[in-house]
Design a protein. Structure first.
Length: 270
């Protein structure tokens, strides 16, 4: 039986500046917060700031929160706007820069590991400017343009978009964007892998196995495997989240609402 529980990181928690000049990060979840096979966080780039070319041994996904980014993958340079997402497969050499000379860039990052590491690359790639275009057939990166992504409901009053998953080339992580109208929420449910949920618009009530939290403004909940949970929009404005699972494709097991509310006691299976 697992004794892990949820972990909440507030969106105004201290920033660290250990990446590069002009780049600060706020870690949302990782092995340090009890997550397994998952790291998420926010990176803030000052105008013109750039993180140099590097590789990882695991999948990475970047989703733009504010501003405009230039992401280069082996020389193929793409511009990403708010809510656009790029998946970078293991081994792909890439760099990220703030496209603006005057405005900051904020992005959400997700790794398919609880202990991310990187290897810097000195190879010089010929730059091919793709702008707002898409990768060509056979190129390993995947870009989900927010305004073109498929929209589907998971419950009445909700709109979801999958931004990265195994069907798009990622391994070990999947995720997307979900929006909730006032008075809506998903049924109480659980997953067979850890999840990170970051509130990027409005406020939500987060219920986990009878415990309740008010979250908003980039607050992030890490919910471990097998704990019943749900997010409710009990306010008067739309609420939106970026969710990431430590699994290849989304899956959910619905359970009785009482396990989230606390009227029923959750006893996880051994």
């Amino acid at each position: 039986m697992s004794d892990r529980t949820e972990h909440l990181t507030r969106g105004n928690s201290p920033l660290a500046t250990d990446l590069a000049r002009g780049i600060s990060i706020r870690e949302f979840c990782s092995g340090r917060t009890g997550a397994r096979n998952l790291t998420t966080g926010m990176a803030i780039f000052e105008p013109k700031a750039e993180f140099p070319c590097h590789t990882h041994k695991f999948s990475e996904a970047l989703t733009i929160l504010k501003g405009s980014a230039l992401v280069s993958v082996e020389g193929r340079r793409y511009q990403l706007r708010q809510w656009d997402c790029i998946h970078l497969p293991a081994g792909s050499a890439h760099s990220t820069a703030n496209a603006s000379p005057s405005e900051p860039l904020a992005l959400h990052y997700a790794f398919a590991t609880a202990e991310p590491r990187r290897t810097f690359v000195e190879t010089r790639f010929e730059v091919v400017d793709r702008g707002l275009g898409a990768p060509q057939e056979g190129e390993p990166e995947f870009i989900a343009r927010f305004d073109r992504a498929e929209v589907y409901p998971l419950a009445e009053g909700t709109k979801f978009r999958d931004l990265f998953a195994s069907r798009f080339g990622s391994k070990g992580i999947c995720g997307g964007y979900g929006e909730f109208q006032p008075g809506t929420g998903l049924p109480c449910h659980l997953h067979k892998f850890d999840e990170s949920i970051t509130i990027v618009k409005g406020r939500a009530t987060c219920q986990v196995a009878g415990r309740s939290y008010s979250v908003g403004n980039y607050d992030t909940a890490m919910v471990p495997t097998g704990l019943p949970h749900r997010f409710l929009n009990e306010g008067s404005e739309p609420m939106a989240m970026i969710w990431v699972y430590a699994g290849d494709e989304p899956e959910r097991t619905i359970v009785e609402a009482g396990y989230c509310e606390g009227s029923l006691k959750w006893n996880p299976p051994a």
